[in-house]
Ligand binder design. Structure first.
Ligand SMILES: C[S@@+](CC[C@H](N)C(=O)[O-])C[C@H]1O[C@@H](n2cnc3c(N)ncnc32)[C@H](O)[C@@H]1O
Length: 449
């Protein structure tokens, strides 16, 4: 057994944590892991998605120039730090992204065309709003202006789930009638700080997370009742308590106020439970394309021992499990590991087990104990992996490594280390997980020389 957190979902209900790993790391995990747009993606444009969006866009562009057009679509353009490419037609965005990736990955391998979306609007299944008061004392919900703690009001956003935006507006309207105090970051006084909405693209399930500064929530049942009366589509409501004076969104304590405390979504024919603090890709349509590419690149035949490193709620490993002999998932966030274990059980996947550990430490331990792996999937956070992790991979000698990244810069850095260790990048695919922004997801296939 490698690591202290071996979990065989076929048998085990218990799971162990690595001492010292859990605390403090959970709070912003929902954002930092693979969501480069966290707190940077909201728009309060009054424009709703329309079939004519592209046409409208082109007309605006011709009439009054790019910037003017983008501002017409979204008054927060250039302020929230999100849609850098709002003034660029979608096909052009994909070309730009390919060019940027090609430039970065030139020393390693060829980059294929970036895979785009048929409908690139309103793709975000996770929406975060800060609740605040404006200078006139009115309650607003929105996002921090880029690089500041000044809150820009947001009603609707061109890349967010529209239902989520509706629910946030309703919550903002309910706050005064429940005499709920809005949290003030300067004084540390008040109650409601943030709202986080997660939606299941295939199931329609919706989770509302109310982030409050203290645990005592007067009239919570009536609040939830009023919210559900306005939005019967909400399937669960969670109160997350964050009393700290930091910019972290989520605290560590939670109470489920309604429903099961998680939502379920479907990807690649499997059902996945997602808790509030577990990472889940923010664009489910593109995630399926990404996972299919990654699994294809792994060249599985049913005989392989596969590692799914930085596995989150187990999505890649579970999707790959029918084509492998066994899968080992490793993930640092205990909530995500708990979800992963349940996900394996619910889907009847018996050839997978999960470890709650730092991926680097886990791989070193596995390598030092003579472990073997045929294929490694790795999908680290934006900050990339570590030299220790890559060294340990080289010791395990898998024939192939499939590296999924939302941070092409750190990917290029890590590919240099892989190259030194005898792993050659063969091919890279861009998947446009974040339309209208400057970000792009990449999948790289590496082979051992
Ligand atoms: C980009 S997400 C990918 C998750 C999953 N592969 C997916 O597609 O949903 C990165 C994951 O790495 C986890 N993580 C961050 N640092 C880690 C570490 N040092 N060791 C293991 N997991 C880590 C995060 O909690 C997050 O779940």
């Amino acid at each position: 057994m490698w690591g202290q957190g071996a979990i065989d979902p076929a048998r085990a209900c218990k799971w162990l944590l690595i001492p010292g790993n859990a605390g403090g790391l959970l709070t912003e995990r929902t954002g930092i892991a693979g969501d480069p747009l966290e707190s940077q993606h909201h728009y309060n444009g009054n424009v709703r998605k329309s079939k004519n969006m592209e046409i409208k866009y082109m007309e605006n562009r011709n009439e009054s120039g790019k910037k003017q057009k983008a501002k017409g679509l979204c008054p927060n353009f250039g302020k929230c730090g999100g849609c850098q490419y709002l003034d660029v037609p979608y096909e052009e965005q994909l070309k730009k992204k390919k060019k940027q990736l090609t430039e970065l990955l030139k020393p390693f391998c060829q980059v294929r065309d970036v895979i785009g979306m048929e409908d690139p609007w309103h793709y975000r299944n996770k929406v975060h709003a800060v609740i605040a008061r404006d200078r006139k004392g009115r309650i607003i919900s929105g996002v921090y202006k880029e690089g500041t703690h000044f809150v820009l009001p947001v009603d609707t956003c061109l890349i967010e789930d529209q239902k989520a935006d509706d629910i946030i507006r309703t919550i903002r309207e309910l706050v005064p009638s429940f005499k709920m105090k809005v949290y003030d970051e300067d004084t540390g006084y008040g109650f409601l700080r943030h709202v986080l909405i997660r939606t299941g693209h295939s199931t329609g399930e919706i989770m509302v997370v109310l982030v409050t500064a203290s645990p005592v929530f007067p009239s919570k049942n009536n609040f939830v009742k009023a919210l559900r009366a306005a939005h019967p589509e909400i399937t669960t409501v969670v109160q997350n308590i964050n009393g700290r004076g930091t910019s972290m969104v989520l605290g560590e304590k939670e109470h489920v106020l309604y429903g099961p405390g998680f939502i379920v979504d479907e990807l690649c024919g499997f059902r996945f439970r997602i808790s509030s603090r577990s990472f889940y890709q923010i664009n489910p349509v593109q995630t399926e394309k990404l996972y299919r590419l990654a699994i294809q690149a792994a060249g599985l035949t049913g005989k392989e021992t596969v590692i799914d490193a930085y596995c989150g709620i187990g999505t890649i490993g579970i999707a790959a499990s029918p084509e492998a002999k066994e899968v080992i998932g490793v993930e640092l966030n205990p909530d995500a590991v708990r979800d992963a274990v349940t996900n394996a059980k619910v889907n009847g996947v018996k050839n997978i087990r999960f470890y709650c550990n730092d991926a680097g430490k886990f791989m070193i331990q596995m390598a030092s104990q003579g472990g073997k792996a045929d294929v490694v999937f790795m999908d680290p956070p934006r900050s990339g992996s570590t030299e220790e992790f890559i060294n340990a991979v080289a010791t395990l000698k898998p024939a192939r490594v499939v590296y999924v990244s939302c941070g092409p810069d750190t990917l290029a850095r890590d590919l240099t280390v892989f190259k030194r260790k005898g792993y050659e990048a063969k091919e890279a695919w861009g998947v446009d997980m974040f339309p209208f922004t400057g970000h792009c997801e990449v999948c790289v296939k590496l082979e051992r020389k």
